[in-house]
Design a protein around this ligand. Structure first.
Ligand SMILES: NC(=O)c1ccc[n+]([C@@H]2O[C@H](COP(=O)([O-])OP(=O)(O)OC[C@H]3O[C@@H](n4cnc5c(N)ncnc54)[C@H](OP(=O)(O)O)[C@@H]3O)[C@@H](O)[C@H]2O)c1
Length: 223
């Protein structure tokens, strides 16, 4: 059992974020969640919620002041009007980039060394190794805006000098944690039809909080 850590989660009200909160609590960590809607997470021991948005640096500071985190976890998404790849974009172009820039700036103020950010297979160096059919789908649909935002996060957080882990799951499916296959940052060899359960992502992110094994890497993960 690893030592209990203080963890701030940004995006903890989301579909994967909620599972990450569950996983961290099950592993005896102290969790603070910065959420826009205070009732979006069920109250439990060792979970504090702070109402606010990562788009405001002051709100992020407020969350750090409740409990200075050892590690920050980010499971944000830049939503479209629906889950279809062609659904209209409803987020500003730098939603995730600006939110992570605020978080990293406040990490530096408070001396928090590490951030674990959920990304996606196909971001940054893993793009060339995504199957051409998937790259075509991304480029021709509104999913490319989410990829552009993730790419900005990757380059800006890397340049900031904080320790990072960018877990990059293949296509998400609902489900509990299953055996996880790890691939290199460039995702070479990941099969076209790979999927990853949200439960597996939550487990991997909790392990990345506890261990330094993946620090300063961006592993592609699949089941
Ligand atoms: N879909 C796939 O197959 C796939 C595959 C691999 C990776 N991914 C990546 O997985 C990540 C998480 O996806 P998910 O489906 O778990 O996310 P989700 O359920 O859509 O949750 C999104 C989270 O972001 C927050 N958020 C959205 N807009 C916001 C804003 N303007 N200000 C503040 N917070 C905001 C939401 O807060 P509220 O609850 O307040 O709205 C929520 O906590 C995404 O980055 C995505 O790119 C997806």
């Amino acid at each position: 059992m690893s030592t209990s850590k203080r963890v701030l989660i940004v995006g903890g009200s989301g579909r994967t974020g909620k599972l990450v909160v569950d996983e961290l609590l099950a592993r005896d960590h102290e969790v603070t969640a910065l959420v826009r809607k205070p009732d979006s997470l069920e109250a439990r021991p060792h979970l504090s919620t702070v109402t606010g948005t990562p788009m405001s640096k002051d709100d992020v500071r407020k969350a750090f002041a409740v409990s200075k985190p050892d590690v920050v976890v980010v499971t944000l998404s830049a939503p479209r009007a629906g889950d279809s790849p062609f659904a209209a974009v409803v987020s500003p172009p730098r939603l995730m980039a600006n939110a992570n820039a605020n978080v990293v700036a406040v990490m530096k103020e408070f001396g928090t060394p590490k951030i674990v950010i959920m990304q996606a297979f196909g971001v940054a160096e893993s793009w060339p190794n995504m199957h051409w059919a998937l790259r075509m789908l991304m480029k021709k649909s509104n999913m490319i805006y989410q990829y552009d935002d993730h790419n900005l996060v990757a380059s800006e957080v890397r340049a900031s000098g904080v320790d990072y882990v960018f877990p990059r799951p293949s296509r998400l499916v609902e489900g509990e944690a299953k055996e996880i296959k790890e691939w290199a940052d460039d995702g070479k060899g990941v099969p076209l039809m790979s999927t990853c359960t949200r439960g597996s992502v939550a487990q991997f992110m909790a392990e990345a909080v506890e261990n330094r094994t993946w620090d300063n890497t961006a592993p592609v993960i699949t089941n």
